[in-house]
Design a protein around this ligand. Structure first.
Ligand code: NAP
Length: 265
């Protein structure tokens, strides 16, 4: 039976590889990316997928997207959260939010929360949050947007920790929440860096990273057969123990809810 798979960041790397995997199986795939270039790449590689252009670091555009997807797809079997950009220096979005926090944290919360209805209508719904789970990131409670001291790694690690907390806070009877850390996969990872770092990351990627084709099957297995537990965490195909503090998870969700909702008004 054909299913509906929504992939944010579905125009490159792991997201596009998953889009291709499911489109080739005859599923209905919606791939979201911010650039025309990504749209062209998707049309070339995965012509069967539907491309939706949206800048997901914009909370306003995210909310429009959620509304559109909810209207067009009353049933969503899987939501894959893969839109990501590494920001070597601190960047603010047009809405005045630190970019990593907007894209990696607020967007993912809004997507999961906003598509709750469509997911709950599916037979075996699952959210796959592709992230850096289990890497020991921490939340800067007094400076969530790293205004005082921005470090790209700290912003990325905080986003990964945020994913763990939002996964734990996602209360659903039916939709399983999967945190999946692919560890090091040869994708478009090098693209945000300037030279000479770009060449170095690319070289490290060629030598040490897993090819995308190898990274896809364990993720697809979790989409095809979601785990029985409400929240699980995985690293490169292996389940990991993740001790998430439920109080911290609730506190974090309460902290970001007004930020995410303020953009709508
Ligand atoms: N690759 C790894 O080794 C690795 C390791 C650990 C975790 N992960 C996680 O896996 C996920 C996928 O990583 P990847 O390496 O496959 O990424 P990638 O190749 O860099 O692709 C990123 C995707 O996100 C989209 N994107 C970026 N900014 C966006 C925006 N503002 N709005 C909408 N879409 C946007 C890009 O399209 P546009 O540029 O057109 O917007 C692209 O489709 C990420 O969440 C990452 O954190 C990856």
């Amino acid at each position: 039976m054909s299913r509906t798979i929504v992939v944010t960041g579905g125009t490159n790397g792991l997201g596009m590889a998953l889009a291709r995997h499911y489109a080739e199986r005859g599923d209905q795939v919606v791939a979201v990316g911010s650039s025309e270039e990504g749209g062209r790449r998707l049309r070339e590689v995965v012509p069967m997928a539907q491309f939706v252009q949206s800048d997901l670091s914009s909370l306003r555009q995210t909310r429009d997207l959620v509304e559109r997807l909810s209207d067009e797809h009353p049933v969503v079997d899987a939501l894959v959260l893969a839109a990501f950009r590494f920001n070597p220096v601190r960047v603010e979005t047009d809405e005045g939010i630190e970019h990593t926090f907007a894209l990696y944290v607020l967007n993912r919360w809004l997507m999961a929360d906003g598509l709750r209805g469509s997911l709950e209508s599916a037979a075996a719904p699952v959210i796959i949050n592709l992230c850096g789970a289990g890497q020991g990131g921490r939340i800067r409670w007094d400076d969530l947007q790293l205004k005082d001291r921005y470090r790209a790694i700290a912003a990325t690690m905080q986003g990964a920790k945020a994913g763990e907390l939002l996964g734990a806070a996602y209360a659903s009877e039916r939709t399983k929440y999967v945190l999946y850390n692919p560890v090091f996969v040869a994708t478009g990872l090098h693209e945000p860096f300037g030279q000479p770092l770009r060449a170095l990351v690319r070289m490290a990627s060629v030598v040490f990273a897993q090819p995308v084709a190898k990274a896809v099957p364990p993720i697809a297995a979790l989409i095809d057969h979601p785990p029985a537990e409400a929240l699980t965490a995985w690293k490169k195909g292996k389940i990991i123990d993740l001790a998430v503090d439920r109080n911290e998870a609730r506190r974090f969700e309460e902290a970001i809810r007004p930020m995410a909702q303020s953009a709508s008004s």
